[in-house]
Design a protein around this ligand. Sequence first.
Ligand SMILES: Cc1ncc(COP(=O)(O)OP(=O)(O)O)c(N)n1
Ligand SMILES: Cc1nc(C(=O)O)sc1CCOP(=O)(O)O
Ligand SMILES: [Mg+2]
Length: 587
Amino acid sequence: MALAGFRPLLGFHSAASSSSRTPFALSSPNKCNWTLPFLPNSDTDRPPPFLVMAEVRTAAAGTPGRGYWRLPHVLTVAGSDSGAGAGIQADIKACGAAGVYCSSVITAVTAQNTIGVQRVCSIDENMVAEQLRSVLSDMQVDVVKTGMLPSAGVIKVLCQNIKEFPVRAVVVDPVMVSTSGDLLSGPTMLTGLQQELLPLADIVTPNLKEASALLGGISLNTIDDMRFAAKSIHEYGVRNVLVKGGDLPNSLDAIDIFYDGMTIELANQYMVLMSMKKLHTVLFEEKTFMSYMDHARMTRNTHGTGCTLASYIAAELAKGFSMLQAVQEAKTFVDSALLHSQDLMIGKGPQGPFHHLFRQQIIPSQKPRFDAKLLLLYAVTDSGMNRKWGRSISEAVEASIEGGATIVQLREKEAEAGEFVEATMECLDICRTSGVPLLINDRIDIALACDADGVHLGQTDMPAGLARKILGPSKIIGVSCKTAEQAQKVYADGADYIGCGGVFPTTTKQDNLTVGLEGLRTVCLASQLPVVAIGGINSGNVQSVMQLGLANLKGVAFVSGLFDKECVATEGRRLRSLLRDSLQAHE
Ligand SMILES: Cc1ncc(COP(=O)(O)OP(=O)(O)O)c(N)n1
Ligand SMILES: Cc1nc(C(=O)O)sc1CCOP(=O)(O)O
Ligand SMILES: [Mg+2]
């Protein structure tokens, strides 16, 4: 039975675990041995279920009903960019956009803007060491991400602290030259990077200039050069290498080469995973290289893309995603941010910053108001009824939309996460083609991982306020309410609509309290949100519900009344016409 709640983020495994560098266990002498339990197992062919970090509640002693919770945590060790386009400012914003906590150790202060870097002031390595100790000794850091490390001394104290305070992953963005071409780190830092930090790193993300510097200054001008560079840098002991080709000569595409020495079989397995997310930017080339093809964005606002890519990878790793998933999510995020910021004008120079927080961009007055008309014919799926009538969930959804469903909810109580994700992706394709929103019942993690249009939550599911925090302003959140008090609470929490029932007795939802038409009226009168009625409603009694004439009663949700039928489309058309007639009678 799939857990409807949130799993612990990670499972520790015994400290005695093998130190062999199996592709997915981040195990090495200097790190706490964590294995991400949901990564693909080489002997199964099922892609891993998406695990999205929400809030993990742990029971706090003495406070029944409440609990402490934590967020995935990234520590950035980098320079400050006064213009806030790159550096720790970019890292903190990127982590915030990914829903992850970000603390910071400042290694240098730069005076820079969209024209370039005017001055750099390195922070004394003892002060860097103090900052590292302050954070690592007190806060539970999941992933360390490094940016500008101005000297070998800073690298030394960083490596000492990583060994003393093990973390799950280390992401190295080998910042040496700023996008405006200014040198940001001393040559001595190079040796420390190659010999001390890279052997501790899980991924390094050099651009072409940085890859060249790491390899003694060789020239890199083609994709083959990039592959050679990735393979050569991998030999420093870093687990994964992502060579960024944004400034590849004569190339209109932003091609990055990802190399981890992985066997092609596992790479194919990930192809399945990636294709599930319909990611066409992942191209597998021969052997074990992978190139990410993205359209190069024609924009001046690219300052900080390198830092942001690395910090978003760190954030996704901190949330529990695998390296491949983290890299792809980071690529998608940066691409979306650049697209959103194409015409943003900050500063006078050629290197503009982009807007990391574009997803939160919707100003409350611009928050897309939920269109209550969507509630008119609300189809709620049921796997038992699909089995009874021999149809797949996607066939059921397709037929409901053909019959006039205005919104669909996947309510799959028996599905395991993996099959629920697959079903969601299939149904999303269908719903997106028809412009019908698709909501997920209970499972916020799945809705988030698949980018569904929202969720429907019950009184025992995650509170709407937390769901809103995780899903952001543009997703649809519906909540079941049986009382006026519940209706007022969810309005305050930022829900978009209320599901109220059971209006009539139902066998679809076990042990469900029937509120009747009067209970529905009470909730509608108390609610400032639009309401959809549910529970035992069908073509025989739907008009008795709509004839209540309640202004904010905007529609009816059907499970058996629509899906426990031989022909869903025909039944849908019947229900749609009854609903339309009812509404017209009250206009
Ligand atoms: C539109 C709509 N209304 C109510 C429900 C019931 O949700 P919930 O209370 O979470 O119960 P389960 O569906 O989880 O059994 C709903 N799913 N949709
Ligand atoms: C999913 C659900 N929620 C309810 C509530 O009262 O919140 S009643 C219900 C089941 C509705 O199924 P049918 O349309 O087959 O009666
Ligand atoms: Mg529920």
